[in-house]
Write a protein that binds this ligand. Sequence first.
Ligand SMILES: Cc1ncc(COP(=O)(O)O)c(C=O)c1O
Length: 374
Amino acid sequence: MDKSKINNFRKDIQNTSSFNHGGNIYAQAKKLNLLPSEIIDSSASLVPFEPPRKLLKCLNEEIKSLGFRYYPEIDHLNLREIISKFHQINPEYILPGNGASELITWAGYEASQFGLSCIPSPSFVDYERSLNCWNSNFIYSELPKEWSNIFPQTFPLQPKGDVLWITNPHNPSGQLWTKKSLELTLKKYKLVICDEAFLAITPNGEKESLIPFTKTYDNLLVLRSLTKIFNIPGLRLGYVVGSPERLKKWNMKRDPWPLNSFAIKVGIELLSDKIFYKKWIEKIHIWINSEKKWVYDELSKVKSLKIHSSSTNFFLIESKSSLSSNINYLKNKGILIRECSSFRFLDNKWARISLQSRQNNKILCKEIHNSFKK
Ligand SMILES: Cc1ncc(COP(=O)(O)O)c(C=O)c1O
């Protein structure tokens, strides 16, 4: 294909809603003649640590022993048992998936069976994609744009609808909701889908998990992701916890092997050692607490910016005028932040920033300052 055709092809793809995500480092790296790893990607919210060493070790072992010669385990029973021990919940309540994203697609299928979905917004854009997949009806309910800096907080909405989509902590605001306030929604809606993709990495987050409620409320689905915890977006690994009947139904409809053998192996390895897991999570919480304070202090010096409080590793900034030129300035420096006009109820005065290592936070904050001087 000639170069102009490739560029048109890329533009076409970028106009699809599934492209409204952070983490699109490849095109910018190519434009700046950089390696993708040289981009400071503050548009995707990942931890800045290399994945655990035991992950590489187990992948090497898997390649040497079984390699690529066999189909992955079809019922994921080994992985389900490990996750089941991890959350103290029976294995039939668990279904692993190709990242939380694949399971969001199936949650959309489930929602389409119940009627009207409500998406508290601004929200993670993938719920809309998933509902569109199944021609399911949905509405948005606007979340307040001001909130306190004390977390967890009471979930502020009880919108109309049959199905409620909750993100805890919320993306893009980073607000952490109390389990108590979320429990009320379980009594009101035919189905509640709670996306806890960032909960484990959020300091004091795990206490607010709805997973224990899946034993008593069969109208609840909880989505989890290993992407964020272990910095493995390329591996694709997540799981859903919910009623066994529902999950059995999904399993009959989805691809026979949505997870590859390596993702399964890594999940088993990383979740079976609780002591290692606890230490890993503590390291993340220490990083979030210290970098959040440092970055907030730095960015608060920019007069025209409002820095919104967050419980986790990403947060919203709001400017008095459009941030488009600042975002472009940063892009040309090899720094990506998430422009927010694709989020319902936000516009180009808003951006989402994700914490980095101290070294990269220094560059990020310095260049944000410079972008306002231009
Ligand atoms: C709220 C939320 N849920 C789910 C996901 C997708 O996670 P995964 O990488 O496991 O598909 C993301 C990714 O950014 C997210 O922000």
